[in-house]
Design a protein around this ligand. Structure first.
Ligand code: SIN
Length: 517
């Protein structure tokens, strides 16, 4: 249902029906909302976040890649970083639309204050990029993009933003998606939509250490999988090589290595030149495994920022102040790998269409094929922007007509009788889930251990399912979503014996043999 008259400009109409429902408020969700609203649709943007810093986008540091007029060169870098596994046609979509999307939305519409060198943009470089082509604001690019973007969608006549509202399940009828059930009071409210676009972000909360905000529980992936949508490439969980090694980890952007920072082992030796010809600028999966190996071998690993071209505090003031807050006074910052990004997700086409009618997915919860087995730095914001716009535009015109009415689905009644107990229950189960993921589905995987992890996760999900039959709360649904997503990762990892990109299979059969065998 498209409304072509901008003057009339209705947003979601208050009856909880809308043309396009977007779930998630990072760059991909905002871009989807913008794309749909620009094409005349009434949009409801639903987010469980109390904005703005609960979206991964707000935490993004390094920047957003452009092609700088050379799409072929960016394409070759994306393909190389993915070890040749990225989908050629999907990468073409990314690189052919990159510069126009960045210019149109981020520069012309939102006026993002990207760093400049005089009149020109100050492009930077990160690992596995062959040239300087990344736009950034200090190393806090995500905040500088997301805050104006949220303001823009909030002010838009056709977009209604509902924050602090979680989508719990997709509403489906005869294989098509008609909106979502939310946790709005009193007992769970449906929102019906002609098209539903999931933009729920990543899975960081499944691991003990992550660069994502706490709410990254794989919600969209789990809801889509439970509704029967195709999911792909779930074994490719990317670990960032350089997060602060202490408690409460934070990301130390790849831009630091792009600008000359080195990795040193506990003996003060630089080790990356022996690992890869591109040394610290090797693909992220290679550097992450090397950092982990060197920590095992020598103790700590440090990111040495004394070799930056400009003083650390001048070039990266936000990171310097984070270090100061943690009492890190040295220019050698202790680092360790940390869960960062899921390359797989809800399988979608070049316009974000999933395998179920009326369902779309964009951003980290989707699998476009752009990243293959390992994502190139500073392409996640770009993918979210490009696919968000395309999905929003497509959803605005492709709907079958009037949204399906409430009579087609019978939303389950939610029971909120004991909100405290589920939170405690969820916290305990999350601890077990994270221990399992850290131990068996981290940087290196032994396939027998992965199979054992699958059994643990299945039992855990059984316990959670039993509990959700009698009580509910947002945290229980997040736990259910995390269990479903973890099982999908375990299953995909088990089914893929080949080490490639982020999925590194170790064969410890030799190590496990008894001496003399
Ligand atoms: C970083 O700043 O190192 C992260 C950039 C990215 O994940 O693409």
């Amino acid at each position: 249902m498209v409304n072509d008259d901008p003057a009339a400009a209705p947003a979601a109409d208050g009856d909880d029906r809308t043309d396009v429902l977007v779930v998630g408020s990072g760059i991909a969700g905002c871009a989807a909302a913008l794309g749909a609203a620009r094409d005349g649709a009434a949009v409801c943007l639903l987010t469980k976040a109390s904005r703005p810093d609960e979206a991964s986008t707000d935490w993004a540091q390094g920047g957003i890649s452009t092609t700088r007029g050379d799409p072929e060169s960016l394409k070759q870098d994306v393909l190389a970083a993915s070890a040749g596994t990225a989908d050629d046609a999907a990468v073409d979509v990314l690189v052919e639309n990159a510069d126009e999307a960045v210019l149109d939305v981020l520069v012309d519409t939102l006026d993002v204050d990207f760093d400049r060198d005089g009149e020109e943009f100050d492009y930077t470089r990160e690992a596995a990029h062959s040239t300087e082509r990344i736009l950034h604001v200090d190393a806090s690019t995500g905040t500088h993009i997301l805050r104006p973007f949220l303001q823009y969608v909030d002010d838009h006549d056709r977009i209604e933003v509902r924050d602090d509202t979680a989508a719990l399940d997709l509403l489906t009828h005869e294989g098509a998606v008609h909106g979502v059930l939310t946790d709005e009071t009193p007992s769970g409210q449906p929102i019906y939509a002609t098209a539903t676009i999931l933009a729920t972000g990543g899975i960081g909360s499944l691991y003990g250490r992550s660069t994502n905000p706490d709410g990254a529980t794989g919600d969209g992936i789990a809801m889509a999988a439970l509704a029967g949508a195709d999911i792909a490439d779930m074994e490719y969980v990317q670990f960032h090589p350089t997060a602060y090694a202490g408690d409460d980890p934070f990301l130390l952007s790849e831009a630091l290595r792009g600008e000359g920072a080195h990795l040193l082992n506990a003996d003060g030796e630089r080790f990356m030149p022996d690992v890869h010809p591109d040394a610290e600028l090797a693909p992220r999966d290679v550097v992450a495994r090397a950092v982990a190996d060197e920590r095992d071998r020598t103790g700590d690993v440090f990111l040495d920022v004394s070799t930056l071209a400009e003083p650390f505090a001048d070039a990266f003031p936000n990171l310097a102040s984070k270090c100061e807050e943690r009492g890190i006074e040295s220019e050698r910052i202790p680092v360790a790998p940390c869960e960062h990004f899921l390359c797989g997700g809800i399988d979608v086409d070049d316009r974000g269409r999933a395998s179920l009618a009326n369902l779309y997915a964009v951003g980290e919860c989707s699998r476009t094929g752009v990243h293959g087995a390992n994502r190139l730095a500073s392409t996640s914001l770009l993918e979210g922007l490009v696919w968000g716009l395309r999905a929003g535009e497509t959803a605005a015109v492709a709907g079958p007509g009037e949204p399906t009415g409430p009579e087609t689905v019978d939303p389950p009644e939610l029971r909120n009788s004991d909100p405290e107990l589920p939170a405690r229950f969820a916290a305990e189960k999350f601890t077990r889930l994270r221990r399992t993921m850290d131990a068996f589905l981290g940087l290196e995987r032994d396939l027998d251990d992965v199979a054992r992890a699958g059994s643990v996760l299945r039992r855990l999900k059984g316990e959670v399912d039993a509990y959700t039959r009698t009580r509910t709360s947002r945290s229980l649904y997040e736990l259910r979503n995390a269990c479903v997503t973890a099982l999908l990762i375990a299953q995909a990892a088990r089914e893929n014996p080949e080490s490639v990109g982020c999925h590194h299979v170790v064969d410890d059969s030799v190590a496990n043999e008894a001496p003399g065998q």
